[in-house]
Design a protein around this ligand. Structure first.
Ligand code: SF4
Length: 289
């Protein structure tokens, strides 16, 4: 499960909203292909996305373990927690994956990067596997964890926040994440989206932040008429790019939330959905079983 699913459990603690601009621009060619209703749907989703983008910074309950979440949210003083958690986020539930850096730190009794940086691969493997396995694939994930620490130390001088500091372009940030062993385009884009949307990290642009096309997002994109039924991940990713090239990932959370709350695989709750007045599938909802 992607970590964005955890972001439905946010708890406000205040802070500044994102000052970047993602205003819709109807001048791009997609508007001509969408039709009036498609534009309405796109703009409704954009509005929801922009509301979240410009909202006050919130505390993210990544793991629901308060101490771990405090450290994961502290991207200024403990940025390596966030980066290492992204590396661990594969093949297991996000809550469990995002807990791994905290559990390793807790075991060595020190939350500083320096303490982590002194561990050998053998020690990390032991901490990852005893007294219980922290990941389904301990061998490979120990190597990736160790490699991630080495990269943060050798390339970023121990300060992982240099990956996103200084208002770089979204492509540059995603490229830097892709340079870590074990991080592919999906996780790199998710990491950039969380940094931009949740942590309000300013980027020079948002062009390269893609939508994370999970089952909810795919279903909502299809029912809203943007894609054919049962689209592929690539179709959803490219459709989101076509709909809003400036920031394709801005549709991410609103679609996921609609999918989770109302647009169920069977018996969607159209009467409660905030897209019901413009959704082309709303009238057919009773026939979706
Ligand atoms: S109106 Fe119904 S079919 Fe359309 S997005 Fe909402 S829940 Fe899904």
């Amino acid at each position: 499960m992607s970590v964005k699913k955890l972001l439905g459990n946010l708890k406000k603690i205040g802070g500044k909203g994102n000052e970047g601009s993602t205003s819709p621009d109807d001048s791009f060619s997609t508007s001509r292909d969408l039709g009036a209703k498609g534009i309405l749907i796109r703009d409704r989703l954009l509005g929801l996305g922009q509301e979240m983008f410009h909202a006050q910074k919130e505390f993210n309950a990544f793991t629901k373990v308060p101490e771990a979440d405090e450290l994961l949210n502290d991207i200024d003083e403990h940025p390596h927690f966030f980066v290492l958690a992204c590396i661990m986020d594969r093949q297991i539930k996000a809550e469990r994956a995002w807990l791994i850096p905290y559990r390793i730190h807790k075991e060595i009794g020190d939350y500083s990067f320096q303490a982590l940086s002194g561990l050998s691969l053998l020690e990390i493997h032991r901490l990852m596997s005893e007294p219980e396995a922290l990941h389904r694939f301990v061998d490979i994930m120990s190597r990736l964890f160790y490699s991630g620490i080495s990269r943060i130390r050798d390339v970023y001088g121990g300060d992982a926040s240099l990956i996103w500091k200084g208002k770089p372009s979204s492509a540059e940030v995603i490229y830097r994440f892709l340079e870590f062993d074990g991080i592919g385009p999906k996780i790199a884009s998710m990491a950039a989206n969380i940094l931009a949307r949740e942590f309000k990290v300013p980027f020079a642009d948002y062009y390269s932040i893609d939508i994370s096309a999970d089952v909810h997002v795919k279903r909502v994109f299809a029912r809203l008429g943007f894609c054919n039924p049962d689209p592929t991940v690539e179709q959803v990713v490219y459709k989101a790019r076509a709909l809003y090239p400036q920031f394709p990932g801005i549709f991410d959370f609103s679609c996921w939330e609609i999918g989770r709350k109302w647009c169920k695989p069977k018996k969607p709750l159209c009467n409660e959905c905030n897209m019901r007045d413009i959704c082309p599938s709303a009238s057919n909802a009773q026939s979706i079983h």
